[in-house]
Design a protein around this ligand. Structure first.
Ligand code: F6P
Length: 328
């Protein structure tokens, strides 16, 4: 038995995939080996734990994945794990495979599962925030967010070309679940005329004012970035109401969808994932459990998993101001 009675670490990816999850997995596997521990991969998240889809991982099983999007472990949102019986089966498989501690790479749904699991059963758990949404408290950035932002701005830059050629207004919907981080940052980076996010409680009249302001100074095309969780209604409704108000506007809608989840991870995501993977293993060896590893002001920090789930990162008011000032 190694330090803190940990001999074997189990690692899984869970919930929505995010670019950089593979880099985090690689770091967990190699940091385990570096510290003299065994590492076992669990395929398909909690469902794989329930179905005993578990295998030993060595340094070569994570070769050539640091640059790959998606997750080689695959991922799932398991219904069965939300039941007590499902979690009992999962625990039995954990014991059968000699796993003493679990690293869960995922978002808040996955952390909720980890928390309940470790309260019910004798297992140490540590979370690594992997989601494009950047909506996890206890870290400045989640793994996958930077890559998703870059994917979004590449797509919107292309939309801008055609919007400008045709003098069109485009409503572009981006992901983020009920958070507006992707929308706000990509909107600033793409020079959006307006950015609608759930945190701001936008009013449609304000969006119309912003459009009119642009028109008055000769703007003939514009891009409105809309977070999927925006409460005014979806992009299609916004386009419809805008057409009613301005019948002469030529309006189009683009929903970027799951392209935002794929692709090779950016440098920032690979480095973040590598750091957090190592931090998770070291945290376990220091006796930490039911915490999430994150970065705050470029330093590794650990946050109780309960707080990571319950609290929310605030939208930066300075960024709202930047977007407002520049949308002229
Ligand atoms: O949490 C990541 C995310 O991509 C959200 O932005 C989005 O709301 C959701 O997952 C989509 O989930 P699914 O892939 O199950 O459609």
């Amino acid at each position: 038995m190694g330090k803190q009675n940990i001999n074997t670490i189990g690692v899984m990816t869970s919930g929505g995939d995010a670019p950089g999850m593979n880099a985090a997995l690689r770091a967990v596997v190699r940091a385990s080996i570096y510290n003299g521990l065994n590492c076992k991969g669990i395929r398909l998240g909690y469902q794989g734990l329930i179905e005993d889809n578990i295998f030993s991982m060595g340094p070569r099983s994570v070769s050539n994945i640091i640059n790959r999007g998606g997750t080689i472990l695959k991922t799932a949102r398991s219904k069965e794990f939300t039941t007590k019986e499902g979690r009992k089966k999962a625990y039995e498989n954990l014991k059968k495979n000699g796993i003493d501690a679990l690293v869960v790479i995922g978002g808040d749904g996955s952390f909720t599962g980890a928390k309940i699991f470790s309260e019910e059963h004798d297992v140490k758990v540590i979370g690594i925030p992997g989601t494009i949404d950047n909506d996890i408290f206890g870290t400045d950035f989640t793994i996958g967010y930077d890559t998703a932002l870059n994917t979004v701005i590449n797509a919107i830059d292309k939309i801008r070309d055609t919007a400008q050629s045709h003098n069109r207004v485009f409503f572009v919907e981006v992901m983020g679940r009920d958070a507006g981080f992707i929308a706000l940052n990509s909107g600033i980076a793409c020079g959006a005329q307006d950015i609608l996010i759930p945190e701001r409680k936008d009013k449609i009249e304000e969006m119309f004012d912003s459009m009119e302001r642009g028109r008055k100074t000769g703007k003939l095309s514009s891009i409105i970035v809309v977070a999927e969780g925006e409460e005014l209604g979806g992009v299609y409704d916004l386009a419809k109401f805008t057409k009613i108000k301005y019948p002469d506007y030529d309006i189009r809608v683009t929903v970027l969808g799951h392209i935002q989840r794929g692709g090779d991870p950016s440098c920032a995501d690979r480095v973040l994932a590598s750091r957090l993977g190592i931090a998770a293993v070291e945290g376990l060896l220091q006796g930490k459990t039911r915490v999430m590893a994150g970065v705050r002001s470029n330093k590794i920090v650990f946050t109780p998993i309960e707080e990571a789930i319950q609290k929310h990162n605030e939208i930066d008011q300075e960024l709202i101001k930047v977007s407002d000032i520049l949308a002229r």
